[in-house]
Design a protein around this ligand. Structure first.
Ligand SMILES: *Cc1c(COP(=O)(O)O)cnc(C)c1O
Length: 364
């Protein structure tokens, strides 16, 4: 079997060992004569998997006491609405730092529900090529919360510091870089992430929320949309996406076996450094639009001299089983998504293809 070099932006590749475990357990989960999908979400077998997914999250992320870990549905996109529904009361304003397409969407959704304000934006001619510096972020000390997007999946930028926001609760969309390295959870009041980039399949969203903050949430919204409902019921208020959570458990178990998040960071930096050094070694041919200090290790974007060459690059790479390299439809160019599950060998294959392609391409 030849596994593809999967550079998809999301849903993305999963660790082979996590998939193989699912394959082994698919028809007969731990001698029960049925798959985990066919078990009751209230039964012992599923309960153990569910609680292991929660405890692995706590352990890997070093989550201090006083936080709840939730597994929800509706994608990160539902979080764009749930955050303001729960935490933006009338008469208050929420601050958003806008660094790309997803933070724009989060800001717009919150604006449909309450008053919002831009605390910083790095938009320039509809493009985002950097993360703001601390000094550029103007937080309203009376804001209900500040929202950031830690990795910008479309534009290939990533925060390399946790912003200081005083006493205002900090909320982060970490969909495309959660667990890429150790997380400073205590800086955040709420973290959310769709699983389908770094930690599992689509259909599961992980939420890490501070209990004190949760206690301030509005109660005058539908029960299903209250974080409190899910916290009080260990994410079992209604039927959770059991198979998705099972797969998250498998991925997190592999992540732990590989040495946890410090090992993940070393692995991701090694891959990213190899790719960026290949790009930088030939700046006349490979153009990286993102400012160096803001470069993402999860989504690495670059341009070739012409769009024709970019198309050719993507199609020739696909012939070599390198998949998912076309930039987002709104930005164009090349985008290499190098999430946790992408191996160093895949990155070596890609960078040697890049050097090869460069040699045979017409002069720029
Ligand atoms: C992919 C992504 C989303 C959207 O996730 P859905 O699960 O499709 O709703 C939101 N934010 C970021 C940063 C993303 O990368």
């Amino acid at each position: 079997m030849a596994r593809a070099h999967n550079f998809n932006a999301g849903p993305a590749g999963l660790p082979l060992a996590a998939l193989e475990r699912a394959q082994r357990e698919l028809l007969d989960f731990e001698g029960t004569g049925m798959s985990i999908m066919e078990h009751s979400h209230r039964g012992k077998s599923y309960e153990a998997v569910h609680n292991e997914a929660v405890s692995l999250t706590k352990e890997l992320c070093g989550i201090p006491d006083g936080y709840d870990v939730l597994f929800l549905q509706g994608g990160a996109s539902l979080q764009f609405a749930m955050v303001p529904m729960n935490f933006l009361p009338e008469g208050k304003t929420a601050d958003y730092v806008i660094t790309g397409g997803w933070s724009e969407k989060a800001y717009q959704e919150a604006g449909r529900l309450g008053k919002v304000r831009v605390a910083a934006t790095t938009e320039q001619n509809k493009k985002y090529t950097r993360i703001p510096k601390q000094g550029e972020i103007q937080v309203d000390p009376a804001a209900a919360y500040v929202h950031i997007t830690t990795n910008n999946t479309l534009f290939g930028t990533q925060w390399h510091y946790d912003p200081e926001v005083g006493n205002v609760p900090l909320i982060a969309d970490m969909s495309s870089d959660i667990m890429w390295k150790p997380i400073n959870v205590s800086k955040y009041s709420l973290i959310y992430a769709g699983a389908q980039k770094n930690i599992g399949p689509s259909g599961v969203v992980i939420v890490i929320v501070k209990k004190d903050f949760l206690a301030t949430a509005r109660k005058d919204i539908p029960v299903i949309l209250r974080y409190g409902t899910h916290a009080e019921n260990n994410s079992l208020y209604n039927t959770p996406p059991t198979f998705g959570i099972y797969l998250v458990r498998n991925v997190l178990a592999v992540t732990k076996e590989m040495g946890g998040l410090s090992a993940m960071e070393a692995h991701n930096r090694k891959k990213g450094d190899l790719l960026y050094s290949t790009i930088d070694s030939d700046p006349d041919f490979f153009r990286a639009p993102v400012e160096k200090e803001s470069r993402s290790y999860m989504n690495i974007v670059f341009r070739l001299p012409t769009e024709e060459l970019e198309k050719k690059f993507v199609s020739e790479a696909a012939k070599k089983q390198m998949i998912g390299l076309a930039g987002h439809r709104s930005t164009g160019g090349i985008r290499v998504s190098a999430y946790n599950a992408v191996s160093y060998e895949s990155m070596e294959a890609l960078t040697s293809f890049m050097r090869e392609f460069r040699k045979t391409a017409p002069a720029a």
